[in-house]
Design a protein around this ligand. Sequence first.
Ligand code: N01
Length: 540
Amino acid sequence: MPDVNPAPAAREYDALIIGAGFSGLYQLLCLRDRLGLNVQVLEAGDGVGGTWYWNRYPGARCDSESHAYNYTFSKELFEEWEWTERYPDHAEIRRYLNHVADRFDLKKDIRFSTRVVGARYDEAANRWSVTTEAGETLTAQFLITAVGCLSTANVPKFPGLEEFGGDWYHTGQWPHEGVDFTGKRVGLIGTGSTGIQATPVIAETAAHLTVFQRTANYSVPAHNAPLTPEFKAWVKENHAEIRRIMHSNTNGQAFFIEDRSAWDVTPEQRQTLYEAAWAKGGLQFRAVFRDMLLDKAANDTAAEFLKNKIRSIVKDPVTAALLADIDHPYAAKRPPIDTDYFATFNRENVTLVDVRRAPIEAITPTGLRTRDAEYPLDIIVFATGYDAMTGPLLKLNIAGRNGLPLAKAWEAGPRSYLGLQVAGFPNLFTITGPGSPSVLCNMPVAIEQHVEWITDCIAHMRKRELARIEAQTDAVEKWVEQVNDAANATLLPQAVSSWYLGANVPGKPRIFMPYAGGMARYREICANVAARNYDGFALS
Ligand code: N01
């Protein structure tokens, strides 16, 4: 049953929030219930969930462990919700977010099936005018984007797609009724986290699955399993400690990165530690050594271990070599975790095709053509990722002071102060915007910090009868420098095809977008800015 659209009582609000995922729901709760503001959320989907509303592809599951993938602001909420598996799947995350929305009576202030197509700042009135696809205009003093970082699908512009006689889907816009692959010849393009999750599941029912790989990728087993009653009880008893760890470490996860260098141990000990981390599974593999993302030689030890695992799992040596031919340091691209990804290539109905050597040239009426061969297909799955971080914001057609389009302000790449505000766009806050840790962190933790900072900031303004806040240009310049320095201190920019750099979208400026200095450090910086009377922002 779709959620019912509440009839709007008024078109003028204190704050408008775009998006009803993790960010939008919590921002609504904070502004409405803590500050007493008149708030409306505008959501394109017909239910809550944001990214998880759209991502329903086979195998879609969160890579953060369930006990770390929730809000931490309410002890009661944390204790009453019980996850069923080590990693929650997309449907369970939607159930959780619906539970949150119902528990805090949020849906009455969300307009579903309402897509925002424009937003314009009116300087004289100090208000934002937001236009919807249906042609309605709503206004508010504050505009808050809660549109996520990975919500604008990237479908490569292969010639011929319109003439394809079969069905095609992007993983981020998956049909709610699912797709039946039984007996079909399926082509899947992309070997990022999504393609790696979907491949084994699609292979189970497809007549044949052809995976088109442009960049080979590392992956570590997820070892997903139902949670035991003991673990569930442990989580409830340790809410405060789990929260403390998530809030005090660099990545917002419920585990720490080990405080030892890869060179503190012998090669044999390293192997044993990697084996143990492989057996444990999950994103924690990154946490074995503190210098894994800082020292290329240290990273090489992990990379070699993982490439050897691929070679030992995949039986056909040519396929194994292609899968292990990885060109970037481990975890310099977002590291995937999987359930039987590499073993899937041992199935008779699965083929790997190298589209780096022989790129895809066209989609044909009956399949896909690379430089070398033609592949007849019934279904094409685009696991080709997103126009990350900037895409969801630019799609909103935001215009700031003097009608300046955000697209123009960010022509050479995104520039923000703390990932929270853009100079020239007063009273616009961007939750997990470019320049914030966001995608390098467990998202709910990054989101809660942003939402609470924005809420405190608006409370501060109300108390002092201030009407406008705007990032100052020099603060933006300095922050952009800090974001670049933080990235350059790591191996992250070495993955030249990474979406962190915008490299996956042709023509997109190559700028390392998220802040790589760590969530704990970032939290401290934001708190200090607020304590110094919102240093770097102009308030009036
Ligand atoms: O997208 P990606 P994704 N021809 O951009 C290939 C999050 N996530 O949807 O690397 C051929 O990583 C592209 O090749 P290349 C997570 O943060 C989270 O998989 O550009 N291939 C690449 O292999 C993740 O990082 C969860 O050379 C083309 C793939 O498509 C982010 O979402 C689960 C191509 C795209 O990989 C994005 O992951 C899943 C072309 N023209 C995802 N264009 C959670 O756990 C692109 N590719 C929460």
